[in-house]
Design a protein around this ligand. Structure first.
Ligand SMILES: [Zn+2]
Length: 285
């Protein structure tokens, strides 16, 4: 069904920075058939951003299989990302069968979301069937979830009201993030091998303020957070290893205190002039 947007362009579904192992099959720019095992960098309801060493033809149809759930569907190659810090070409792809929910996460349509200005997007998991949904919660719903670690709401899979909890994603850091040279003299403490390889994160889009040592500031939204770090996109120029200050949370929820954090990695974002940043919090205790 065509998406009739009246005047304003239809907003895309919330993106999730998620490294899902995939297999890509199709033809490269020379018309040669190929198969490649690779991974996603970003997913949303309508598609995502994938890494692939084979050169893809914009407009070409490729088949992507999610190796976690073995679900396949057709995608159209939209464009090659202008820059890739990972060294592997990155490609924006559009899902031709969004109803298949290949990523294993349900992304509700805008029509299903409450029509309120202040919505917190958060990855939830049904405690009965373990299906995941990128849900749009009202602020009171989010506060309740945060306070009680669970929220009753309808599950479309169970066809019943269920308890939902925060859904975690496991970020395999060395697969998803570009291998940047370790900044020298930055005083970074070496992470344990386990920390390096896997990081459990909540996907929650909370208001965030970031301030640089030179006083420049910007507000943004978190992409995901863990105990020790967070990820977001912004247009401030930050260097890997640099120390910045962040403030996360809803107004009045947390005392307004800037938390020192270290820039761990940087990756260009699709939006011009913006980049994704990974920060490690340096909050003592
Ligand atoms: Zn369920």
């Amino acid at each position: 069904m065509p998406n009739h947007s009246l005047g304003t362009p239809a907003r895309k579904s919330e993106r999730v920075l998620l490294g899902i192992p995939i297999r890509v099959e199709g033809k490269d720019t020379l018309g040669n058939a190929f198969q490649e095992s690779t991974y996603t960098l970003v997913v949303n309801r309508s598609g995502g951003l994938i890494a692939a060493t084979h050169l893809l033809q914009p407009g070409a149809v490729i088949k992507i299989t999610n190796l976690k759930n073995q679900i396949s569907c057709s995608f159209e190659v939209v464009t090659r990302a202008a820059r890739s810090l990972s060294g592997t070409p990155e490609w924006a792809v559009k899902c031709l069968e969004p109803e298949v929910e290949i990523w294993g996460v349900r992304f509700p349509t805008r029509a299903e979301e409450p029509s309120q200005a202040d919505l917190i997007h958060v990855l939830l998991e049904c405690q009965e069937c373990f299906s995941q949904e990128m849900a749009a919660l009202t602020v009171p719903q989010y506060r309740r979830l945060a306070a009680q670690s669970s929220l009753p709401r309808p599950c479309p899979i169970c066809s019943a009201t269920r308890d939902w909890r925060f859904g975690f994603i496991e970020v395999k850091v060395d697969e998803v993030l570009p291998s940047l040279p370790a900044p020298t003299g930055s005083g970074l403490t070496p992470q344990s091998e386990a920390d390096k390889r896997r990081d459990k994160r909540l996907v929650v889009k909370l208001p965030l303020g970031v301030r640089l040592p030179d006083g420049s500031e910007e507000t943004s939204t978190t992409e995901n957070i863990s105990k020790s770090g967070l990820c977001f996109a912004c247009s401030l120029e930050m260097r890997v290893g640099e120390r910045v200050y962040v403030r996360v949370g809803l107004d009045g929820e947390e005392e307004h205190r800037d938390i020192p954090a270290r820039v761990m990695w940087r990756r260009p974002a699709k939006e011009k002039g913006r980049a994704f940043y990974g920060l490690k919090l340096e909050r003592g205790g």
